[in-house]
Design a protein around this ligand. Sequence first.
Ligand code: BEZ
Length: 218
Amino acid sequence: MEQENQEQTYTMPRIGDEAPSFQAATSQGNLSLEDYKGKWVVLFSHPSDFTPVCTTEFVAFQEIYPELKEMNTELLGLSVDSVPSHIAWIRSIEENFNTTIEFPVIADLDKQVAMKYGMIMPGESQVETSRAVFVIDDKQKIRSIIYYPLTTGRNMQEILRLVKALQTTDEHGVSTPANWTEGDKAVVSPPKTQEEAAKRSQEEGIEYIDWYISKKNL
Ligand code: BEZ
């Protein structure tokens, strides 16, 4: 039994997996993953309340929250702290930074959610969650995972870009190239047969570079 628990501690979901379900106490009451069906979710963990880098991140997450909402995307934070700790920290952020944190934060004192999502990196810290970001789509599938260490604050523009890129892929059936941002050309799926490859250069409405790489405006 002990062995089974040990194994579960280090379980990490992967891109394409169904997002592990949970019910959790948060700074805004009890929530479950199922409550978010039909919406995209950015579920992120931070190491600890009342720490400097995490505080800068919370202010920055709140800044992008309206833009995420416009993309049908909700934010949900998590750390191994209590609900009263989250409330006290959120109040302190409001006082010190004039920023009201509007998204809920999971109080994962028993690490149940952190364990399911592989948010704890035992080699770095046994007690704190690392800076993980899970992008979960409206069908509750994990679409992307980002991990940052304890000492590095995350880049909010990259999180926005990532959600936009994934949603653009879904909407238009394209891929997005390096450093893509909204408005840039997207990558057309490469041909799957020799016949398709031979015809690619004649296709209308694409920027043809070679048989395997073409781009188009959306
Ligand atoms: C911070 O948020 O400042 C922090 C948290 C844990 C370890 C290192 C830094």
